[in-house]
Ligand binder design. Structure first.
Ligand code: SF4
Length: 447
């Protein structure tokens, strides 16, 4: 739990020496609490106080990083229970489960298809994060061969599911140069798994049937020098996983209970009686870290990735596209020029309508700080001056020779001012709703 300014002040020397460029220790403490200065800016702090302050300022859920030959997954570092309190920082990684007893050619084909899956969602590339390879055969060489086959087909990060230390070692030998997640240490094998994870410098999953045993195991592993841990609380089904995952998040962020301050791994497809897609959605929302899915179905994966994207965006920062002039359907200098703001959803709504109507066109996207048309207009971020400035900046005059620009219908009030800002241009008023753009272009633009 973060310390308040007064709690920090009590740990400072309280001499008001000003060496930190603040007039008093209290002023420095307040800035430190707001994370606007660093602890090292006070050269007089005792080692004991520094240790207390550093541990108090560490995130309640440790950040775990995996990387493949190409691509990384970072999970953890969360500080709140609910997104509206601040934001969620690192979206859970979605991994496809494959096994070393599958036919190798079929496995390669599955990996290739899943690896290539990618969809464009309001300008954001959505894709699967990696693969979880399980040693089911019990044969170390076979497991190593399977891991190598997955790596040959995908550069994404991996999770190695190996129930025995010798299988874990074999899997890690095949992943040299990357940083997979190793699954899992339990009450029986934890010492051997800890040595393997430490030697390979990879994060390790801790599996336990209840949270008391889990906390005991994480403490033992930390005593052996392992810091990067992931929790598998073995919670199945909708209710049990919701309860257990929420308890873990509460203990970490509200009680700052360090032994359980790690991301959670879950296996929603392995639960009897549960629909994998529904349980995956639940784990995305609350509070999965690494989520291993059994089935690769693009029609199901796409909405799950969209759900994840929407939960893991900062509610205070709208999704934006880069300002500029965008081409739709290979426009010419005769094609219409429309204008809108750089709020992603607004941009894609208009671009999709023009594109699906089969019209070639130009779309001038102005910098409205990511707001939609009416919101930006009301906030003074989408006015004639800004539109004219961006039209000139992005060379609208060179793109079209007709010198006509189509304003969104909701801001028709700007048309007079815009004509003054863009002498020689005709300002047309388009429809209020994106869905009417096709018929507007057909009936008004073409007429
Ligand atoms: S340098 Fe340290 S002791 Fe001096 S005023 Fe700043 S916080 Fe206080």
């Amino acid at each position: 739990m973060a310390l308040s300014g007064l709690e920090i002040y009590k740990l400072l020397p309280q001499t008001n020496c000003k060496d930190c460029d603040f007039p008093t220790c209290l002023a420095f403490a307040m800035k430190l609490a707001a994370k606007q200065v660093e602890l090292k800016d006070c050269p007089h702090i005792s080692d004991e106080a520094a240790e207390k302050l550093e541990s108090a300022s560490a995130p309640p859920i440790r950040l775990i990083k995996l990387h493949g030959e190409d691509g990384t997954v970072e999970v953890g570092n969360e500080t709140v229970l609910y997104r509206h309190e601040k934001t969620f920082f690192h979206k859970p990684g979605l991994f496809l489960h494959v096994r070393d007893d599958e036919d190798l050619e079929a496995l390669k084909a599955k990996v290739a298809e899943a690896d290539a899956f990618s969809v464009d969602y309001v300008g954001i590339d959505l894709y699967l994060d990696g693969f979880a390879v399980e040693a089911v055969s019990g044969n170390a060489e076979n497991f190593k061969k399977t891991v190598a086959a997955v790596i040959a087909g995908s550069k994404k990060p991996l999770i190695l599911i190996a129930p025995e230390p010798d299988l874990a070692k074999a899997g890690l030998e095949a992943t040299e140069g990357s940083r997979p997640l190793l699954y899992a240490a339990n009450a029986e094998n934890w010492e051997a798994m800890a040595d393997i994870a430490k030697n390979a410098d990879v994060p390790l999953v801790v599996h336990a049937e209840n949270l008391d045993d889990m906390a005991d195991l994480t403490k033992k592993l930390q005593d052996k020098g392992l810091e990067d841990l992931v929790l598998d609380p073995a919670a199945g089904g909708y209710l049990q996983s919701l309860h257990t995952f929420t308890t873990l998040r509460r203990l970490a962020v509200k009680s700052n209970f360090r032994p359980l301050g790690f991301p959670i791994i879950s296996f929603p497809g392995a639960q009897d009686g549960a629909d994998e897609s529904l349980l995956t959605a639940q784990h995305i929302a609350k509070y999965g870290g690494f989520i291993v899915i059994e089935n690769f179905e693009p029609a199901i994966l796409y909405p799950l990735l969209v759900l994840r994207q929407n939960i893991y965006t900062d509610p205070q920062k709208p999704i934006q596209v880069k300002p500029g002039i965008y081409e739709i359907n290979n426009p010419t200098d005769e094609s219409p020029l429309l204008v809108t703001t750089n709020f992603s959803i607004t941009y894609f709504a208009i671009a999709n309508e023009v594109e699906s109507a089969g019209w070639p066109g130009w779309l001038l996207v102005t910098d409205a700080e990511g707001m939609s048309v009416l919101t930006a207009w009301a906030a003074g971020k989408f006015d004639a001056e800004r539109i004219a400035k961006d039209a000139k900046l992005f060379g609208a005059g060179e793109k079209v020779k007709h010198k006509k620009i189509i304003l969104p219908g909701h801001v028709s009030v700007l048309s007079g001012e815009l004509e003054e800002e863009l002498p020689g241009w005709e300002v047309m008023v388009g429809p209020r709703e994106a869905v009417d753009i096709g018929s507007y272009l057909k009936t008004v633009w073409q007429a």
